[in-house]
Design a protein around this ligand. Structure first.
Ligand SMILES: [Zn+2]
Ligand SMILES: [Zn+2]
Length: 95
């Protein structure tokens, strides 16, 4: 199975420009809050099908969603079980 280096990926120019594109598409608004009738500014772009499961969808628009930090944590329950990895990744770059 194809593996992906997250740090390399999240630092890549192609991801940075894709991320900007998605935030713009979603009007910098958290799409999860929006669907709950609330407004929050989006802080990051989330992979609906997680990057670790579907690296092939890493840059596919339909797999990307602008969300706020709070929603993002909810969307990643695995972070709670994997604190070391999370701290390292989060401090370097938003998911
Ligand atoms: Zn939100
Ligand atoms: Zn995410």
């Amino acid at each position: 199975m194809k593996t992906i280096n997250y740090n390399t990926f999240y630092r890549s120019t192609i991801w940075r420009s894709k991320r900007k594109e998605i935030l713009k598409r979603d009007n910098n608004e958290c799409q999860r809050c929006k669907s709950n009738g609330r407004y929050s500014k989006a802080d990051c772009v989330h992979h609906i099908k997680f990057l670790k499961d579907r690296p092939d969808l890493a840059l596919v628009d339909s797999n990307l969603l602008s969300v706020c930090d709070i929603c993002h944590n909810i969307l990643h329950p695995e972070k709670l079980h994997n604190n070391d990895v999370v701290k390292r990744v989060v401090s370097e770059e938003k998911w």
